[in-house]
Design a protein around this ligand. Structure first.
Ligand code: SF4
Length: 456
């Protein structure tokens, strides 16, 4: 009997920078390459070619991307660049003339072709290389679900529509099939992402498709309702979080789904500022007073809702009065999670042509003040959770220490991975695993994190 020896397949290394949407692009590229027979290398030395998936959103992100390319060139030398900064091939080639190829954002085919050219793989039908649900760069128990590409807005500080183009929504049945595969492959938490999640389906007039025995529209509300009806291996609804939700009025429709347990009581909704004047300059919806009323209504419908938002400080034309208006608004809004950014004049952004730029030292001072304000609000909200029992998803279980007791790290429904706080547990049972969802008695809190023990 002749024993067939499997050909040694070339290996690919991946450096994935930027936002969760870019991470999903990296996962898709690696899944395609894996199904083409490529291996994956966890370090530069073992890679026949290295992919750098860049970010081009801010100048600081571009600098980080160029540093990453430089490191890959120095450590490996066979480098293919892709992602949002890939649109500036001339800048990259000027700095690194020997990169093998440069492609733009979500140009999967071009990237895969470039890898095949740089490190040809010999096809082999022998082994099934791709796990159910594709290759993932996140832990098994949570997954990003990208529902569309691009954006139809023109916020004056943002160049994403120039990089990623107009809104292109995926078919609802394709999104639900992917979600179902992920959940059956062990995902307990789905993070719905795009540039503009609440505009899902606008470009296709919310076209309807058959899913199971019913028609479902490509619409954020229908999507959320359907995702909440999936079932995990332990027959629970998966946690479903909506991210990058533009504050349209129809966002109100998803809040009742949280009260029904179909949607995790969590909303990532960037407001960017509160001063009507600054919001107009940003070309963002300027109805901040209405927003405060809506927040009140949402909390009446879903009392446990956690609201995450992000703000830009130091925007051209922002006065001390505008900034103070924002701080006062935050006192009223009482947001649970806040990310803040110092305005950066990214090349190509309309805002760069606005008068009255804010000096760097003033920008920095305002950044420190908003971070302090939101930390105070967060600390009070966290302290109010002491004594409560909350569901927590386990991310990591620690090693037993000398007396055999073990700790674990998890997140409550108010904590999305990578961007929010954690729940630190003591004395966890020996059979606890990453991905388990358990009830936790909260014993203590600090500005962003909670501490507790498994509820008996
Ligand atoms: S909605 Fe978001 S992605 Fe779209 S232009 Fe505005 S900031 Fe950029």
């Amino acid at each position: 009997m002749t024993v067939k020896t499997l050909p040694t397949q070339p290996k690919v290394g991946m450096v994935s920078l930027g936002c969760p949407k870019a991470l999903v692009d990296s996962e898709r590229i690696l899944t395609k390459l894996r199904s083409d027979g490529y291996g994956l290398s966890a370090d530069y030395a073992g890679a026949d070619v290295v992919l750098v998936n860049t970010c081009g959103f801010l100048d600081s992100a571009k600098e980080e991307s160029l540093e990453a390319i430089g490191e890959a060139m120095a450590e490996n030398g066979r480098v293919i660049v892709t992602g949002c900064m890939g649109n500036e091939a001339d800048v990259i080639r000027a700095r690194f003339p020997n990169v093998l190829a440069v492609t733009g954002a979500h140009q999967y085919e071009q990237v895969v072709d470039a890898v095949h050219e740089a490190a040809p793989a010999t096809q082999g039908p022998f082994v099934d290389l791709v796990p159910e649900g594709g290759l993932k760069l996140t832990p098994r128990h949570y997954s990003y679900l990208k529902i569309s590409e691009g954006c139809n807005h023109s916020c004056s500080f943002c160049i994403i529509p120039d990089i990623r183009g107009k809104l292109v929504s995926r078919r609802i049945d394709a999104v639900l099939r992917e979600a179902e595969k992920l959940v059956s492959a062990g995902t307990k938490e789905l993070l719905v992402i795009s540039q503009d999640t609440s505009a899902y389906g606008v470009d296709t007039r919310h076209d309807a498709r058959m899913w199971k025995d019913r028609e479902v529209r490509a619409h954020m509300t229908d999507l959320a309702r359907e995702l909440g009806q999936l079932r995990t291996s332990d027959d629970r609804a998966p946690w479903v979080r909506l991210h990058y939700v533009y504050p349209y009025p129809h966002v109100d429709q998803v809040i009742p789904l949280m009260a029904e347990g179909l949607l995790t009581p969590y909303l990532d909704i960037p407001f960017q500022h509160a001063s009507p004047k600054v919001l107009k300059l940003m070309k963002r919806p300027a109805n901040e007073a209405k927003v405060l009323d809506r927040l009140k209504n949402w909390r009446a419908i879903a009392p446990d809702i956690a609201i995450r938002s992000s703000f830009v400080v130091g925007f051209p034309g922002e006065t001390e009065e505008d900034f103070q208006y924002l701080l006062n608004w935050l006192d009223e809004a009482q947001l649970d999670r806040v990310g803040a950014f110092r305005f950066e004049p990214v090349e190509g952004a309309q805002a760069n042509n606005l008068p009255d730029p804010v000096p760097e030292e003033v920008k920095e001072e305002r950044y420190q003040r908003i971070m302090q304000k939101t930390a105070e609000i967060s600390a009070a909200k966290q302290a109010a959770k002491i004594g409560r029992t909350l569901p927590v998803i386990i991310d990591e279980v620690g090693e037993p220490d000398e007396d055999g007791s073990m700790g674990a790290t998890g997140r409550s429904q108010a904590d999305a991975p990578e961007i929010d706080g954690h729940v630190y547990l003591r004395d966890v049972p020996a059979d606890l695993q990453a991905g388990d969802i358990i009830d936790v008695q909260i014993e203590d809190a600090d500005e962003h994190d909670l501490f507790g023990v498994k509820a008996s």
